[in-house]
Every structure is written in C-alpha cells, then in structure tokens.
Design a protein around this ligand. Structure first.
Ligand SMILES: *[C@@H]1O[C@H](CO)[C@@H](O)[C@H](O)[C@H]1NC(C)=O
Ligand SMILES: *[C@@H]1O[C@H](CO)[C@@H](O)[C@H](O)[C@H]1NC(C)=O
Ligand SMILES: *[C@@H]1O[C@H](CO)[C@@H](O)[C@H](O)[C@H]1NC(C)=O
Ligand SMILES: *[C@@H]1O[C@H](CO)[C@@H](O)[C@H](O)[C@H]1NC(C)=O
Length: 479
C-alpha cells in the first residue's frame, strides 16, 4: 500500500482534507498491526514472572496482547490483564537495559544487571539467526543413541541429547557417558547448571545437546547432513559453532565460596604486595597452539614461560616468578600481578584470578569462555604473548611504572567477577541463552517423541550408586 500525495492548485484544500482522513485510518490500521506484531512473543513464553512450580500447572503458551487503554481493561479476562502487564513489564525492563532487549519472554528482575554477559549469547547464536535451529541442525550433533544403549559404551567424546520438559532436564539416550576420573562431574555440570536455572527462573520446553569430553569447541564445520550442530561446550575458538555454558569448575571448585573469601579484606594490602608477576601451572600442552606475531608456534606455552622466567632470574632480573614450587591461590595474592595462560583449552583458573584484585596478565588467545565477551583488555586484564614470550617482562616493567593503572585493572576485574560471575549471574546467563535459543527453535517437543527419558536427578542418583558400588568416592554435586 502506497500513500500518494497529490498537490494541484485550487483543489489542494479539498485533497488535503480527504487525504488526512485516509491517512488517519491507514495509520491507525498500521499501528494496530505493528502493535500486535511488536507485542506478540516470537516464541511461546511459558513464564511471565510466574514461579516455576505454579507455571508447571498451566504450561500452555501464553500469548501476550498489545496494551490497550486503561478503560478497556474493564471487560477483560484476568489472563488478558496478566498478559498486558507482562508486555508492559517487558517494555519497562527494556528501557532499563543499555542494549539487551528481551523480546517474547520475561527476564527476571535480577538478571537485568548482567546484560554484558549476554553479548556472547548473541554472538554465538548468529549462525542460526536467519534460518532458525532445525531438526537437521540437532541431528548434525549425532542421532540419539538407542534408548537401551549402555552409557559405558558411549564415546567419551560424545554429544548427549537432552530435553527440557516442564522445567526438568531429561536425558533422551540410555544415559550419560561415565568417566572414572574427576572430569566426569565437570561435564555433568552442564546439565546441573541448566537444571538449576530451570528451578530458579523456569526455562522453556526444548531439545538441546551437551558435548562431553572435549576441552575446546566441537563443531567447526557443518555435519554430514549439512546441519550446524548447536552443541553446548565451555570453551571455543571463533571457528567453532558451539554455544557456551559455564565451566563445571564453577560448581566443583565452589566458586561462590572463593568469591566470599576474596571479598574479605586482603591479608596483604596492595602497597605491600611484591611487584612481580606470579604463575604456577600444570604443564598441559594446548589443544590449539597459538602463533605469535612472528609466526612462531607457541607449542608449550606454559613450559616456555617457566623457562623464560628462570632465565631472567639467572641474569638478575626479578620481575617474574613463574614455574616454581606450588603455592595456594590465597598465598599467591601476595603478588601484584598474576599470569594466566590457556591450558589444553580455556583455563578455568582465569575466573578465580579475576576475583582476587591482582592485575591479571592474560595470554592473548582466540579461546573464549561464556563470560569472556564481557571483558576488555586494559580494563579487566592486561594482554600478553602476541609479541613473543619475552613481552611478559616488558609488560611488568610498564605496570610497575603505572601502578595506579595496574591497581585499577585489578579492581575492575574483581568487581566484574564478584558482580557477574556469581551463581545469580551464571544462572541468568543460562536463562537468557535458553530463551534466546527457544526463539530460534523450529521444532516443538513433546514427551511422547522420546522413547527414553531419564531425569537428570535420576541419572545423578544412578551415578552415585555406581560409584559407591565400585568403592569410589564421588565429589559432591549440588543440584
Ligand atoms: C536395543 O534395542 C534394539 C532394538 O529394539 C535391539 O536390536 C538391540 O539388541 C538392543 N540392545 C541392547 C544392548 O539391549
Ligand atoms: C557467601 O556469603 C554470603 C553472605 O555472607 C552467604 O549468604 C553465602 O551463603 C556465602 N556463600 C557460600 C558459597 O558460602
Ligand atoms: C630456555 O630459554 C633459553 C634462553 O631463552 C633458551 O636458550 C633455551 O633453549 C630454552 N630452553 C627450552 C627447553 O626451551
Ligand atoms: C641486580 O639487581 C640489583 C637489585 O635490583 C641491582 O642493584 C643490580 O644493578 C643488578 N645487577 C645487574 C648486573 O643487572
């Protein structure tokens, strides 16, 4: 429909009055249509601020209505009023975030302040923005293994398909891969954190895939069927299509307890800390060795840094203390600067160091964990490595000369970790990730589509029982 203005001499007035009338009607219709479109959630939103328990009783999709003038509310059903309030709530929320606009779902109040964590979600969902996430994409992660298959024989490096139904995580194969080592709970915690977010905020019904057993991204090309597998992992390079979940170490290493410890006044105040960079590492070899600017492949980064530091000490340079005897994370806080290098994949010590208030000197690396997108170099950490291993010494010399800057960077990272990497921030991230994914899902799920459904709680229980039978101690899994 095109509105053509025609202005011709004497008949101008008459035309104008007629056009105005047409315009008013057209614009009203247009506004009504746009209004409907704007306020209609793109995907069914199950929880409009309703507690998960209450929502489970009435799981039908709630379609929000466009707001109507106040006097029109009189004849409305309670649900319609609720829907209206929820749409208004959404609009009010949107005005209080700087850039993140939840559309079609209600974001819990406490999640608004964590919006910078959602940068990575938008970035990582981009491959599916135009096409949505289809059955073909999910199948590109691997067809679900037979429901009667033994988990013992499931590949270590397996993708596990799971489904959220009425806020319960279910495994849709015969069970999860069982490892004997301590890495097992780490991968199970991909599901723990989703279950925790479902319990706290409510999550939409949807199918998803978690990737077990890899330290960096699993999906760097389309699958055999042409689909792009939207698999959850904890660390990826920009070439990977993976979506990021918080690392299992947040739970296993009791990160929130570490936040509490580091929120107490430091035993060694900044002025009294040693002006050295400190680093202690397991000598892992990186899965994806980086290149420096000279094209040198940094094959054994951690060993190389230790050797370099050792060499410096021989020549009476004392700005580094890297690669010596073990010291606890708490004890390491007597140094102003601390070095963080990738392990096989993302180093999960990074989030711990960020919380200490030391200046974190971090290897420049393409690898990303879920919160890395919210960090900025020279604001939250100091980058190093691109100019070769020896750059570390120059960086420390610079920080010694710019003590106020070094201190500020440490304070920034500490504030970031304490404000956003706590349990609330992590669960809000999962809430937004799942809601944004749901909006892209082209497939609705029904319980009857899955021949085998094991709830996550059952699976954890089974795992404990097996461990006890083997006489193995398990570590605590918090659900
Ligand atoms: C699983 O079920 C399939 C088909 O029902 C059957 O052919 C197969 O032998 C079963 N496997 C096991 C381990 O029971
Ligand atoms: C951290 O401290 C807060 C406030 O004292 C407390 O509520 C919370 O339970 C503590 N967290 C942990 C993991 O101990
Ligand atoms: C350790 O560093 C020195 C001096 O930079 C170098 O000559 C030596 O090859 C290095 N050793 C190893 C094992 O990298
Ligand atoms: C060694 O370090 C000390 C103390 O920092 C300094 O006074 C001395 O000049 C240094 N010697 C060399 C050869 O660099």
């Amino acid at each position: 429909m095109a509105v053509v203005f025609r202005v011709d001499g004497g008949r101008q007035t008459e035309w104008r009055s007629r056009i105005d009338w047409t315009l008013v009607v057209s614009l009203c219709s247009l506004a009504a249509v746009l209004g409907l479109y704007w306020y209609r959630p793109l995907a069914p939103a199950l929880h409009h601020g309703v507690a998960p328990a209450a929502a489970a009783v009435q799981p039908g999709p709630a379609v929000a209505q466009p707001p109507a003038p106040a006097e029109a509310n009189a004849g409305m059903q309670p649900q319609q009023v609720d829907a209206q309030q929820s749409a208004q709530q959404q609009q009010q929320q949107q005005q209080r975030t700087r850039w993140f606009k939840p559309v079609g779902y209600h974001l819990p109040e406490e999640c608004l302040k964590h919006e910078d964590l959602y940068l990575g979600i938008v970035e990582n969902l981009r491959p599916w923005m135009a096409t949505g996430i289809t059955r073909t994409d999910l199948d590109a992660c691997g067809v679900p293994i037979a429901p009667n298959a033994s988990y013992i024989n499931t590949a270590r490096d397996g993708n596990h398909r799971a489904v959220l139904l009425q806020n319960k995580v279910h495994i849709t194969s015969g069970g999860l891969w069982r490892g004997q080592g301590k890495e097992q709970p780490l991968y199970m915690h991909f599901l723990t954190v989703i279950q925790m977010a479902a319990d706290r905020f409510g999550l939409p019904d949807m199918e998803f895939v978690v990737g077990f057993g890899r330290d960096i991204g699993k999906a760097d090309k389309p699958g055999a069927n042409g689909g792009l597998c939207p698999v959850f992992t904890y660390c990826k390079s920009p070439n990977d299509f993976d979506l990021l979940l918080p690392d299992g170490h947040f739970i296993e290493a009791q990160y929130d307890l570490w936040l509490n410890t580091t929120s107490e006044p430091d035993v060694v105040p900044w002025e009294e800390k040693e002006e050295k960079v400190y680093g202690r590492f397991m000598e892992y070899e990186p899965a994806a060795p980086p290149l420096d600017r000279y094209g040198v492949k940094l094959e054994h980064l951690r060993k190389d840094y230790a050797n370099y530091s050792h060499t410096l000490q021989q020549t009476n340079a004392t700005r580094t203390d890297i690669g010596g005897e073990f010291s606890s994370l708490g004890g390491q806080r007597r140094f102003k600067y601390t070095l963080n290098l990738d392990g096989i994949g993302c180093s999960t010590r990074f989030q711990q160091l960020l919380a200490t208030g030391q200046t974190v000197i971090k290897q420049e690396s393409p690898l990303r964990g879920f919160f890395y997108y919210a960090l900025q170099p020279w604001v939250h950490y100091v980058p190093t490595g691109w100019n070769g291993i020896s750059e570390i010494d120059a960086v420390v010399a610079f920080l010694r000369q710019h003590d106020a800057l070094a201190r500020r960077i440490g304070e920034n990272s500490k504030r970031f970790a304490h404000d956003h990497l706590n349990e609330e921030g992590r669960l809000c991230y999962v809430k937004v990730l799942m809601e944004e994914m749901k909006r892209l899902m082209r497939r609705e799920v029904r319980a009857e589509d899955f021949p085998s459904l094991i709830t996550y709680e059952e699976e954890v229980e089974n795992y404990f029982t097996e461990q006890e039978k083997r006489g193995l101690k398990h570590r605590v899994i918090i659900v």
